[in-house]
Design a protein around this ligand. Structure first.
Ligand code: GLP
Length: 238
């Protein structure tokens, strides 16, 4: 695992945007995995800018998002689908047929999770996965305690995650209690992983994830085993 320290959020974001742009330039048909949250926002702005400048052509990529809240439709302003279209997909004018986000409103979630795994396989797997880090060490919505060999599944969100994510909702009670997420094994199968770490309350958890034992209590710790993972840390949070 490669660990890179960026001096601030802007530099972390630029490193991530450049790495993603290079991936797309090298392989225009790349399958990219995207994440939501505050951390990748500036990265998405930079990618949008590369599109506007005409220096990166995203038209042939396919995308898979990590997760979605159960119960929120794609037009709900707090759904991850809404977030991705607003902050990236509309900006880079990506054909919706190339965009894959698990549906939080599927009538049969068990089928939805199986279909999602199959869709990833049918496009040959994910070349490059961007990840953020939850304050409790979660990746995607894989909360502490999730089996390390899990594939796409439905999770009950921890109280800590519900509280952390309530900042985007008007009331704590509005935060969905469940989500559908790529599993830890699904994430580990992705060929390249780029974990971005920034924001409050991440200093202690990233230290434990990178240098502590690998176990289910800190899902991100498993990334120590990934053969092609890079972590970019905004060192202003340390
Ligand atoms: C959510 C998402 C994660 C994300 C995390 C961190 O819980 N499911 O994929 O990494 O938030 O968010 P932030 O970047 O806002 O700290």
């Amino acid at each position: 695992m490669e660990i890179i320290y960026a001096s601030n959020y802007e530099e972390m974001s630029r490193k991530a945007a450049i790495a993603i742009a290079q991936q797309v330039i090298k392989k225009p048909t790349s399958v990219l995995g995207f994440a939501t949250g505050s951390t990748p926002l500036r990265t998405y702005e930079m990618l949008s800018e590369y599109h506007r400048l005409g220096i990166v052509d995203f038209s042939s990529i396919n995308t898979f998002n990590l997760d979605e809240y159960v119960g929120l439709s794609s037009d709900h302003p707090q759904s991850y689908s809404f977030f991705m279209y607003k902050n990236l997909f509309y900006q880079i004018q990506l054909d919706p047929n190339r965009i894959h986000i698990p549906s939080g409103t599927a009538s049969d979630l068990s089928k939805e999770r199986a279909d999602y795994e199959e869709a990833i396989q049918s496009l040959g797997g994910i070349d490059f996965q961007l990840l953020g880090l939850g304050p409790n060490g979660h990746i995607g919505f894989n909360e502490p305690g999730t089996q390390l060999n899990s594939i796409t599944h439905v999770v009950s969100l921890s109280q800590e995650t519900i509280k952390a994510n309530s900042r985007f909702f008007t009331k704590l009670e509005e935060v969905p209690k469940k989500a559908i997420t790529m599993g830890i094994k699904t994430i580990m199968n992705n060929r390249k992983i780029l974990l971005l770490v920034s924001g409050e309350k991440k200093a202690e958890i990233i230290r434990r994830a990178l240098s502590g034992p690998i176990n289910e209590e800190i899902p991100a710790s498993v990334l120590q085993l990934h053969p092609n993972a890079t972590v970019v840390i905004d060192q202003s949070i340390l």
